[in-house]
Ligand binder design. Sequence first.
Ligand code: UDP
Ligand code: MG
Length: 323
Amino acid sequence: MLLSIVTPCYNESGNIAELHRQLSAVADRLDMDVEFVFVDDGSRDNTLVLLKEVAQRDPRARVLSLSRNFGHQAALTAGIQHAAGDAVVVMDADLQHPPELILDFVARWREGYDLVYAYREGVKPRLGYRLINALMKITVPAESADFRLMDRKMVDAFCRMPERARFIRGMIAWLGFKQIGVGYTDRQRFAGQRSYTLRQTARMALYAVLAFSSIPLRAAAVLGLATLGLGLLYAAYILYAWFAGHTIQGWTAQTMTILILGGVQLVCLGVIAEYIGRIFEEVKHRPLYVVREWIGPPRTPAGTAHATRDRQPVAAGDVSGEW
Ligand code: UDP
Ligand code: MG
């Protein structure tokens, strides 16, 4: 049995040595083989150099170096696709996720769970999560982090999800399987600074909602209908006034109507445009990430077009066969 531990690293030079030390300590306590898959997500500091040094010293370490910075979710996907384990753990490189929790993950996995996810204990679900859960047809466990263990069958299913708009927590929730949460308290970053910007976080929330829900489209239709209703009422009022012989002084009212109608139409167009933008991203079928270098035993990444071509014959119902 092999356990893969995947960590995306972006400008984490201050954390690599300590991360490797703590992961090794955990690996030594496990009675199974372990590999560390470090993904360098186009770091600008010397993270990659440090990772290569680790790989030279430790035969359990593999390094996947991406051609540029593709973002946390793409880097995670790259690592998961290159992991060979019977179970795959993903965690951050900044030691905010306590590595000892992996021991609990493995114990739960051995009890028969396919997914063991960590959730931050004693934190009230943020508004963002509640909003996402209200808008999406799936439930993302509140305050779950990108820190979890997945069984091989779940990893394979995950690798067959080709979408570009990646909100991995949502995708995992969509997959289902037998799952259980393990509580932990989030720590401070060991070294360095958080690299997610507010803009990235907002974009991620937007992706999450757009990728998992068509409620914004429906809301646009409802808004349009409501405006139409108001317009009809207004028309009825004008007709009534005309029959009653009033002079109609409609200049202000007309300007207002034009502005409101124009605004509503533009908002609805904007909502549709967001979806079309996402459709465009998906149909381009670009790879999610580009590998510059892989240090480790030769490997065909799971779920890629490459892997499908090499795998013969394609099993019935194997969606990745369509690629
Ligand atoms: N990360 C990455 N690519 C990025 C941004 C972040 O691989 O473009 C990694 C980062 O090295 C860390 C994890 O993703 O291991 C989480 O990032 P961060 O600590 O900045 O976010 P937070 O923990 O505050 O959500
Ligand atoms: Mg962090």
